[in-house]
Design a protein around this ligand. Sequence first.
Ligand code: 13P
Length: 248
Amino acid sequence: MRRLLIAGNWKMHKTVPEAVELVRELKELVKDVTDRDILVCPPFTALYPVSQELKGSNIYLGGQNMFYEEEGAFTGEISPLMLKDVGCRFVILGHSERRHIFKEDDRLINKKVLSAVEHGLTPILCVGETLQERESGRTKEVVKKQVVEGLKGLTPESEFVIAYEPVWAIGTGRTATPELAQEVHEFIRNTLKELFGSEKAETVRILYGGSVKPNNAAGLLKMPDIDGALVGGASLKAESFSQIVKAL
Ligand code: 13P
């Protein structure tokens, strides 16, 4: 009943010509896919040209971050109106690189989540523990806090997606096993039940991210509470991303 969502987070990669070339190839490779949602999140500079290239395709467009205000003196920031203007339907928020490199905290991320929802963008709230937190047995505590704080103020009517991305699995080639990921996904869904009730929790998509590759995607996607993938490195090539899109 939950439609799979396979999302590519390109991070700080691709010039405009490279981005357009990638989606041109990808469009062709996934054109017959109808039973799941496909999303690409290019860097800001490539959003508009990519949206032009994606017109009429089955691929959604998303931003990798945004500020919560509509406009103003916020040098270097991008607003929800700007993302919508170039055709975005989704926005990744609270990615671990935002949290750790740029020191974003749950309070700031929550403001962004609320603003995205108010503006009709679907936030993909990223959560996940560091290696140190996992090794000290704090995974659930950390993830629960990020989920609860990040979603504060939303209602069962709000549309949002969660991405569980263990920090130790991002860009390391060290994927969580399907069983280990499933355990945290189930825990997140139980947290959503406490927050929004069972009915809503059963409809929320929880993606897994962290070294998802063509050879491990199917094993992850077949787990009952894993509803898609947030793919970094392997989304930078049309061939490998399309294989993940079609896995399972
Ligand atoms: P990798 O797939 O490169 O590990 O990146 C995962 C990620 O951070 C997606 O948001």
